[in-house]
Design a protein around this ligand. Structure first.
Ligand code: ZN
Length: 219
């Protein structure tokens, strides 16, 4: 994606993003975006689950030495309490903000401190980390975002309604990925307000030991 060429290069940038999620190398906003996508949409769950399983096998194979006292540590974990057993959580279908996103924001949709960007478009800029910035947008039905380009990557998850731009149309649960070649003007469907979560300038670099392991598995 853009100048930060990922060490793991898929033809499809979405697959690269999902692979980054599966091996845990994404920034917090991007990790939240992908977790939210998986919570809303079943489309890529099996792909990510397979990558996660492959990653687990690779990490096990890569262990140069056995972890000392592993059995004792595991026994202690399971003996302590049930907190460590986390059941997969799926939001209710009617929930606009999936659980990973509302956890990240620290609030529900009703409590988001919106700021008007222009008539018909509200935003809430979430404090990003060192690698990425994140913004929640609310675009009124039929409204357009100002046309813009990006200096880096922009990854957008649709949470409600749908929007269209030169690259296509995206509905709830879809992820749109734009890079610095994209000059676009996202427009909400006329029938419904559109709410999106967008993460910008987040280089995806699968380098280092984990990236190499994944690349070997998939190469
Ligand atoms: Zn954009």
């Amino acid at each position: 994606m853009t100048s930060s060429t990922p060490a793991l290069a898929y033809d499809n940038p979405l697959d690269s993003l999902l692979a980054g999620y599966a091996c845990g190398v994404l920034s917090a906003p991007l990790h939240t975006l992908v977790a939210s996508h998986l919570a809303i949409s079943p489309k890529n769950r099996s792909f990510v689950a397979n990558l996660e399983a492959a990653n687990g096998i690779a990490l096990t194979e890569a262990e140069a030495e056995p972890i000392r006292g592993r059995d004792e540590r595991l026994a202690a974990i399971f003996a302590s309490d049930d907190e460590h057993i986390v059941a997969p959580q799926r939001p209710a279908p009617s929930s606009i903000l999936p659980t990973p996103l509302s956890r990240y924001l620290g609030c529900g949709l009703d409590d988001v401190p919106w700021r008007m960007l222009l008539p018909g478009v509200k935003e809430f800029r979430v404090e990003g980390d060192m690698r990425a910035g994140a913004t929640l947008y609310w675009i009124r039905a039929g409204r357009k975002m100002p046309a813009h380009t990006h200096e880096g990557a922009e990854v957008t998850l649709v949470l409600k309604g749908a929007f269209s731009d030169v690259a296509g149309r995206y509905e709830r649960g879809d992820i749109a990925i734009g890079d610095d070649d994209l000059d676009h003007c996202p427009t909400a469907d006329r029938s419904e307000d559109c709410i999106c979560f967008a993460v910008t300038d987040a280089p995806l670099r699968l380098t280092g030991p984990v990236g190499r392991i994944i690349q070997r598995l998939l190469g």
